[in-house]
Design a protein around this ligand. Sequence first.
Ligand code: AMP
Ligand code: ZN
Length: 462
Amino acid sequence: MVLRIYNFLTRKKEVFKPLKKGQAGLYTCGPTVYSYAHIGNLRTYIFEDILRRTLEYAGYKVKHVMNITDVEDKIIKNAREAGKNIFDFTGPYEAAFYNDLKKINITPAWKYPKATDHVKEMTGIIKALIKNKLAYRSDESVYFDVSKFKKYGKLSRLRKSDFPGKSDFHRTDSDEYEKGSAEDFVLWKAKKEGEPSWPSPWGEGRPGWHIECSAMSMKYLGKSFDIHAGGIDLLFPHHENEIAQSEGATKKRFVKYFLEGEHLLADGKKMSKSLGNVFTLRDLEEKGFNPLAFRYLMLGAHYRAQLNFTWESLKAAQNSLERLREFVLRIKNKSVEPKASRRGGTKFAAKVKKAFVDDLDTPKALAQVWGVVNEYNKNNKKYDTGGVLQLLLEFDRVLGLGLADVREPEKPSDEVLKTLKERETARKSHDFVSADILRQKIYDLGWEINDTPEGPRLKAMN
Ligand code: AMP
Ligand code: ZN
């Protein structure tokens, strides 16, 4: 199966040719665990999951590494404000992150290395950079000298002449900055009062953010590996700096293909913690949405196109997902003798496969899935029901909508429904004590209540 992916290094769609036959090394930048992931972050993780699943679908054995950034500027600042050390502060967010991934059917990575466990590997790279005259010390900090690395800018297409008003580089201690203020960036930060620190040849300190990913990717995937992915905001400076650090230290090509996913927007602006326009998966669930409806919504847009999040579009996605799951349930329950004369939907199969391997075109793949459903519904006598079911389940190996697990929804008992009515009456008459007792009774009967603007919804707990 020929797989094409858009490589940001060449700005072209290229045929994927792995470094090792039959294998794919994949590194994706993981979360900075200083708060809950927002659904913009989750969009990127879903894109990366589709990439991983497509590689597997195309027959590759995938080694997927995703790091956990558990020490950097924002973590230190927020932990201090919360009066905690960084480990106690980041632990619960890391746990919440894995929980979110599970809810949206993201296949677990092979490894989730943590930055704080790899400081030795980071200082090793910094030593090599100093030896190769690409990094210099300034007091007890170390900086990468971008003017010495000839290929600096190869990913972001940045040239020295692009820097406004600067004939020479300056340097920065901050991990994040814009293209227009590109400077020598920090590899090792000298210890500051009250900050966590590790020993190094340059004194006590801590790593810069970019070096974390160079160290963890190369440790598990080797000096050169196949694919590196992340959100488009990481293209510069993060991925550019990773290339400079890794290639500068090893003198080998770091990564063959760089894939960058576009942003999820809210009200037309990038969803980001700093703008405050973020929602978490919990926010969606509290409004009664199934996390997989969010996954479905993300599949409806190509990963290289921006997507504006709205509640209406999420509602539409939830309806479509429910219809698809109902269809699967219906044909699962139907026992029809397979007949040679009946079709299994092969014309759609080819189209869906083509969409997956054409730079992960999930919107096209979903459209073809609906093509199968609609044609079957129009004239099911022509179709081999078992074959159609098999086909949908095969596509779902990439889509990850949980179609194989679709089951008849449990129905609440009369007692649960009666208690729910009583609770509504209590709430309407502002008798919240009774309402709470009745909620507990329903809970004890195995059901959760989600209060939504459309009224209470029952969810079976199992
Ligand atoms: P962070 O936890 O901030 O390091 O981000 C984790 C991942 O989410 C990175 O791959 C980012 O590029 C990605 N990301 C951040 N904001 C968005 C957004 N609004 N839409 C899509 N991806 C995003
Ligand atoms: Zn990274």
